[in-house]
Design a protein around this ligand. Structure first.
Ligand code: HEM
Length: 228
């Protein structure tokens, strides 16, 4: 017969992480760093969308912006810099993600039981983060190893078909992640009172939809840009 602990022998803590030691301020500093790296990425992604979408006005406008970033060497600083912030942001956020099946089951059970909008938003953040990590890294690698940026090169990539599908997946996921991230930073760091949450979330969702539309128009413009 198998030996079984009597039920009252099950002791707290049940998790290996709980050492009862004081955590100090490290965790709080890491939370700050996660938020700050998130803010940098949000500002970058908004600027990125407007810089790339300059092709809607005309390829010469996009080429001029790309030329400016090339001659000032800014692309060689901002490009790898953003790559590093992107990786740092993921590592910091990964501390909170449910990795094991046990954690994922518990998280899912809580989310379905609570019926709490912000809990679902957090789950969307975790899901989109995984895809963005892989696709964003591939995208940055391809663009940054093929400098200088020109409208013709971007158009050729997108007209190949594969990259069009790639961007059609990445674009909504990124905009969703950026939009929810913006809202969650405002809530978590106390910039938004409980009473203003719903209204802010609605405006943020509208902004996300507008940015996705601008991104789609940009892709369409690249798609129909004559290559010669
Ligand atoms: C590291 C600096 C980056 C540079 C220099 C850059 C540059 C570019 C360029 C030139 C395009 C036009 C398409 C092409 O050439 O293939 C593009 C499109 C795009 N990029 Fe980036 N990118 C950077 C970072 C990122 C990051 C971090 C993300 C998100 C994870 C991202 C998401 C996208 C998306 C979704 C598109 C589709 C275009 C659209 O908005 O319609 N990019 N990028």
């Amino acid at each position: 017969m198998l030996f079984q602990w009597p039920e009252h022998f099950v002791t707290v803590p049940l998790t290996a992480e709980d050492t009862h030691r004081r955590l100090g301020k490290t965790s709080a500093y890491m939370d700050w760093l996660q938020m700050l790296s998130g803010v940098v990425l949000i500002i970058f992604m908004w600027s990125h969308l407007f810089l790339v979408s300059s092709v809607i006005i005309g390829p010469s406008v996009m080429n001029f912006i790309a030329w400016f970033f090339e001659v000032t060497r800014l692309v060689y600083i901002i490009g790898p810099g953003i790559f590093l912030v992107f990786l740092l942001h993921f590592v910091l956020a990964a501390r909170k993600m449910p990795w094991t099946t046990r954690q994922q089951t518990a998280m899912w059970a809580n989310a379905t039981r609570l019926h709490h909008q912000d809990t679902w938003l957090w789950l969307i953040q975790v899901g989109t983060a995984m895809v963005i990590l892989i696709m964003g890294s591939a995208h940055m690698w391809v663009v940054l190893t093929d400098l200088p940026i020109t409208a013709a090169k971007s158009a050729a990539r997108i007209q190949s078909g594969t990259w069009l599908v790639f961007y059609l997946v990445l674009l909504p996921l990124v905009e969703l992640h950026v939009g929810i991230g913006f809202y969650r930073i405002a809530v978590k760091w106390g910039f938004l009172s409980r009473a203003r949450r719903q209204g802010f979330h609605l405006k943020e969702s509208m902004l996300t939809i507008i940015l996705i539309i601008i991104g789609l128009v940009t892709l369409a413009r690249f798609m129909f840009l004559p290559l010669h």
